[in-house]
Design a protein around this ligand. Sequence first.
Ligand SMILES: [Zn+2]
Length: 395
Amino acid sequence: MDNIFDYDSYDTTENFIIDTLDEIINGAILKNASDIHIEPFEKTVRVRYRIDGCLHVIKNLDINILDSVISRLKIISSMDISEKRLPQDGNFKFNNQINCRVNTIPTIHGEKAVIRIIYADNKNLKKNNLGFFDNDLAELEKLFQSNHGAIIITGPTGSGKTTTLNSFLRDLNTDEINIMTVEDPIENIIYGVNQVNINTKINFDFPQSLRAILRQDPDIIMLGEIRDKTTAEIAIRSAITGHLVLSTLHTNDAISSIMRLKDMGIENFMISATIRGIISQRLVRRLCEKCKKKVKIKYDDAKFLNLDDDIFVYESVGCDFCNNIGYKNRIAVYEYFLVDEKIKSLIENNANYKQIKEYLVREKNFLSLKENAIKNVLIGNTSLSEVYKKIIFGE
Ligand SMILES: [Zn+2]
């Protein structure tokens, strides 16, 4: 963990700084980290990677090299090296391949930097890696083949909504179709898709960009998020006039998205005419296949979750393959439903949450987020502690 600050083995201090930063970035990419945190404290600089949503301490640097490391980072990110009192944004391309977005902010012990790594061809975007069960995936693939209407994915920030949308989008992405996205910010770059970043500094917001995109002859519109009534209205209107609209909403579960759209002032008949399906999801870490351990469920857990107390679950251990974390990659835990004729009429008749849920459970074998999570625990995809942390107590 300790950093060896050995000037002698370097011809110049400058080379040492360049190598130190390169090594930090390279290490993050090798571990498939999404972010690097370089954080100054009184005597040391802590370097942490975010891997599968969790931060891990990688090393501690001597505080004396902080300024040089930050200056080097600013140079490669086209930032102002003389400005140390204000936050700055920049970006660079590591080894001419991987885009990195940088943000610095002055803290009490010096400037802290966060580097977001944007993987170009993200293997996590492959649909088979998302964590959807085969029969669900087949049904969802069919849903995304709709040539008009709206498909909504819900969940809090960091629940993997955009990754799921993007991975379905990649399949729809052909030469015959114009796909336009409006995002804040763009998280994955997809070749062949026209991706637009909103810029609130100049009032280029979701409603404005959406209006502009509609004049760009789109077939499919991916809208980063429906945040307000205006955006919701334009999105729903676009969906009714022959476009396929994909978007996300901030709601806790799939069914309450209907209520949320109503709260935003969208009429029942507009909702029932446009919404094709709603998915709600969270991310949990996938247990490392090489080292996970099968154990009998604890009595208290079985009781709390209403499960038999003689069943087996899996726990994390840690090995070389998973960098001793016990988990590798993440999967979506989810619930979803398609809007069929019955749900349309329920929505038109102003049905409440309970009425829609009752129908789905009774007729469509609807599994809630929690039930889907437990299913993943029982087959060893994830652990109970992940499910407690991210699903049951994670709201
Ligand atoms: Zn392992």
